[in-house]
Design a protein around this ligand. Structure first.
Ligand SMILES: [Zn+2]
Length: 234
């Protein structure tokens, strides 16, 4: 079985893989990823702060309800008919009023604290909104640059694919199938020469003698270690 054609195919395929890797590791691709992450981070922050704000608003609502209640109680005490009150009751009312006033004071403090918290959240949200908008714009620009690069590379990639398609017609289907299987496992190049006397040209491991014997016999043999296909270079 001649492997000349599949080796030729592999040569083009390696160029194709190199192109793909160049695109993946390009500055353009890295920028797209980075801005996408920044945007997502901003959205996460905004969502989280929204939850905190909701929580604080709930707390404020509760305080307001309790304030209204306390206010009503104070009114009740203040408006009660004094003529019906003896000294003991007056004393009791006075103490109740004192307690309620303390409650009002505490509530006021709590509201002030919640208010400060909301102001901080507001300021942070503004920052995050700005950051999200900036990231979205940068992401769009980076994506445009990435697509431009991809378009340019696609011209070369398509030319390679065309060559590969033509060569593939002269490759035995079973051999091509074996090639694609190893390639799918990202063991590239798939076909590697035996490094004499007994090393795998792919992984560098020593090839066991029974595999070596089969290699001599069949001209090609899977490396027992990495799964690439060994051949003997003339
Ligand atoms: Zn190997």
């Amino acid at each position: 079985m001649s492997i000349d054609k599949i080796l030729q195919y592999q040569e083009y395929d390696m160029k194709y893989i190199k192109l793909e890797n160049e695109l993946k590791s390009s500055q353009e691709a890295k920028k797209v990823m980075a801005y996408k992450q920044t945007g997502q981070q901003s959205i996460e922050n905004l969502t989280r702060m929204n939850d905190v704000a909701d929580h604080t608003m709930e707390s404020i609502k509760k305080i307001i309800a309790s304030l209204e209640d306390t206010g009503k109680q104070i009114d009740e005490i203040n408006n009660s008919e004094l003529k019906d009150c003896d000294e003991k009751q007056l004393d009791y009312f006075a103490k109740q009023l004192e307690k309620l006033e303390q409650k009002l004071e505490d509530a006021e403090k709590e509201i002030l604290r919640d208010n400060r918290e909301l102001s901080e959240i507001n300021a942070n949200q503004k920052k995050d909104f700005e950051q999200a908008a900036k990231a979205a714009k940068a992401y769009r620009i980076a994506t445009e640059a990435f697509n431009e690069l991809k378009k340019n590379m696609a011209v070369e990639a398509n030319a390679l694919m065309k060559e590969m398609k033509a060569i593939a017609q002269d490759v035995e289907p079973k051999l091509m199938e074996r090639y694609q299987k190893v390639r799918a496992n990202k063991r590239v190049p798939v076909f590697v020469p035996l490094v004499k006397p007994n090393g795998c040209g792919g992984c560098g491991m020593e090839v066991a003698s029974d595999a070596l014997n089969k290699l001599q016999e069949n001209k090609i043999q899977e490396c027992p270690n990495c799964g690439r296909i060994l051949y003997i270079k003339d």
